[in-house]
Design a protein around this ligand. Structure first.
Ligand code: HGY
Ligand code: MN
Ligand code: MN
Ligand code: MN
Length: 400
């Protein structure tokens, strides 16, 4: 069994979610905190020096933290009911690679760090890649401090609870300036590699533009039996129209994806007409198409709200443009790994946030199910081993 698989097995019970299936690990919650402790123990055991930055990202250093470092890693949080590999595979591969290089007596000529980014999924506070956005200044720290989780806890409060100083959340140019190159290994989240012949590993090429929008509908809460249809102002009607419009409009835009995966009617009773409904639209289109697509869906929302005597407000919660990973670094990875395919992806990653600031690249490991953000996400043990070996090869070369 590979070092990476052994590390993944160690955390297999942490944050398991029997109600949803898979894992629910959200930033600063019990499970994610346990994973941070596990990471700190394993990294320290491998001879690394672990620190938490002002934004709650963990950094484990081999060598004195300094400029031109080679940095690798991923995240340990998950979506609700997520798979075992999205995030942890990149962290475990990085730890295993460092252990293996140390055992072989390799001494890096430049510092190497393993990073664990906070709140990559936005599963608690709604903004994906929050730790790397804060680090790079891609989100206003005041806006970030005010983000609320579903229980109404602000990021500032949760950060304070985790021992951080909420006043210091925000850009960290000195730390960012230490990163010479960044490589994130990740399980593949679609079926592109599974559909190819014998392609266990790929090098990432692009990430498509994407964002999240909140649609808040308000109507009149009322009795499901006593209220005549003609008298209703039911916000579920325009909410349902958005679900349908998302699919209908996206189908007209090349390579677009639009998803409503979260919809919250309040108060949420079977025999109660909702008074409000919030839903979140996840929209992704290569190039410049995201905002026009969302505008068209928002127009459908306004028309449907008006028909039902409801109101709607649409708020952009986050968005990112297209990202192309560093061509020279990609070439270097491709040459080192010998003829692996390059892969564009519709999934977002911290590496794509960093790519605007430092040369960044990604490695993907084949997922035979082609399913991700669900319990069926998978990587064969042999592919986990191949991915780990690829990352080891890359880190050893980049650290010279
Ligand atoms: O792409 C996503 O949904 C997340 O950022 N991994
Ligand atoms: Mn994910
Ligand atoms: Mn991920
Ligand atoms: Mn009653």
């Amino acid at each position: 069994m590979s070092g990476t698989q052994t590390l993944l097995d160690e955390i297999a019970g942490v944050g398991a979610d029997p109600a949803r299936g898979g894992y629910s690990r959200h930033v600063f919650d019990h499970a994610e905190t346990q994973l941070r402790e596990w990471f700190t123990e394993r990294a320290t055991g491998a001879g690394l020096e672990v620190e938490t930055d002002r934004n709650g990202n963990l950094w484990a250093w081999w060598g004195t933290p300094g400029p031109d470092a080679v940095v690798t890693g991923s995240h340990l949080d998950s979506v609700p009911g997520g798979g075992a590999f999205d995030g942890p595979l990149g962290v475990a591969s990085a730890l295993a690679a460092v252990r293996a290089l140390r055992e072989r007596g390799v001494t890096p000529a430049r510092p190497l760090a393993v990073v664990v980014f906070a709140e990559e999924e936005g599963g608690r506070f709604g903004v994906p890649c929050l730790g790397s956005r804060l680090l790079t200044g891609a989100i206003d720290p005041d806006k970030a401090r005010r983000l609320r989780d579903p229980d109404g806890v602000t990021l500032a409060e949760a950060a304070a609870g985790a021992g951080l100083d909420p006043a210091r959340l925000g850009p960290d140019p000195e730390r960012l300036g230490r990163i010479g190159r960044f490589v994130e290994l990740h399980v593949e989240q679609g079926r592109a590699l599974a559909d190819l012949d014998d392609a266990p590993i790929a090098v990432g090429s692009t990430v498509i533009a994407h964002g999240r929008w909140r649609f808040s509908f308000a109507g009149q809460g009322n009795h499901a039996g006593a209220t005549l249809l003609a008298d209703r102002r039911d916000p579920m009607l325009p909410a349902a129209a958005v679900v349908a419009a998302a699919r209908r409009v996206a189908a007209t835009v090349p390579q677009a994806r639009a998803t409503v995966g979260r919809l919250v009617p309040r108060p949420g009773g079977t025999n109660v007409i909702a008074s409000t409904v919030d839903l979140w639209l996840d929209a992704r289109v290569p190039g410049e198409g995201v905002h026009p697509m969302v505008a068209e869906i928002a127009e459908a929302a306004r028309a449907a709200a008006e028909d039902e005597g409801c109101t709607v407000t649409v708020t952009e919660e986050s968005s990112s443009g297209d990202v192309t990973f560093d061509p020279a670094l990609r070439d270097e990875l491709g040459a080192l790994l010998g003829g692996v395919p390059e892969l564009p992806t519709g999934a977002g990653h911290d590496a794509a946030i960093l790519a605007g600031h430092v040369p960044s690249a990604m490695l993907y490991v084949r997922n035979p199910t082609g399913i991700s953000h669900a319990p069926e996400e998978f990587a064969e043990a042999a592919d986990v081993e191949r991915g780990g070996a690829a990352l080891r090869t890359v880190l050893e070369r980049l650290c010279r």
